[in-house]
Design a protein around this ligand. Sequence first.
Ligand code: PLP
Length: 388
Amino acid sequence: MTLDVPAPVRDRIGALARHADTALPAYLIDLDGLRAHAGGIRAALPERVEFWYAAKANAQAPVLRGLAGIVDGYEVASGGELRHVRQTLPGARVAFGGPGKTEAELAAGLGQQVERFHVESPHELRLLGRTARRLGATADVLLRLNLPVGTAGAALSMAGPFGLDPGLLEECRSVLAGHPELRLRGIHAHLASGLEAPAQVALAARILRHAAGHREVNVGGGMAVDYGRPAERFDWAGYGVGLGRLLPPGTTVRIEPGRAVTAYCGWYATRVLDVRHSGGAAYAVLAGGTHHLRTPVAKGHDQPFVVLPADHWPWSWQRPEARQMPVTLVGQLCTPKDVLARAVPVVRIRAGDVVAFGMAGAYAWNISHRDFLMHPPPAFHYLGREGA
Ligand SMILES: *Cc1c(COP(=O)(O)O)cnc(C)c1O
């Protein structure tokens, strides 16, 4: 596992570690790194392909603003995300997806210039049509298709509660026929998460085949992020070339990745409180834990990390440590599930050292059960510039 900490992140963690015990744990968001990475994605895609960001991966305002001018728009998955994105970036293009939209959320979307509604069922289409009629509004719709996908290689398949079986399209057509306030713009599909570029290209080809004749197709997100190989990146160049070969003339094609855009810009840095040896295994107990960074528990992986040695040790007794052995990194929660990385070989880790976890920029703080045990929340530091 090789994890390179960018110099600005390393410097800031060093400064925080020297500052005060309460300065850690902290999240550091590398906005320059984010913008460079997202700019690389944009450059790898065919010019005609629109690059939208799925805000639920990380909707922190500086992150959303950092992506402005690079992404074409933001996909929101709730009324709360819609309000937040609108407040943060009033003029941004917004699409509204998500499996359980309420009438109030649909009404909010109609009142807030949502550019596309990704509709998941005939009922939702009827509800949107009725709400639009009541408000004297119109709605532009993509129907979210649920195609059976071979799930080999995918971390998560979206089969099941999401989207419409192709057999339901007929019913949707008749709803649309009765609702002039609904304009069908095309097809949406987000079928799997964690696919590498060749599988994503093959998936896009299938979606585009099913969507033949539609003027607009959103082929979704789910581009792979490999937490076991932090130096690797999804092959955006290969994906861009593959997608470029598929583009039907006159059709607008969109992608809406989340994780693969923001995972790499986030760092969670914390202090080793204690090192224990128990039952032949070594445990480093860290300040904070999975109530700040739930990603490794949610995904079932070891969160990649580096140990940053800190030489200051204020106590008169011997410093607890582990050397040249596998160490399990746990947090402060009273549950054996509070594990950030399991039995990972380390050269040396001591109480008082700092640990920096990488790949903590997507589905990290925002999915964490932050109130469990009432430890203080981490601080947030945004490094670099939000805009060009
Ligand atoms: C979550 C989600 C995405 C983004 O998925 P990632 O795996 O983060 O790329 C895109 N579209 C929809 C509809 C989603 O629910």
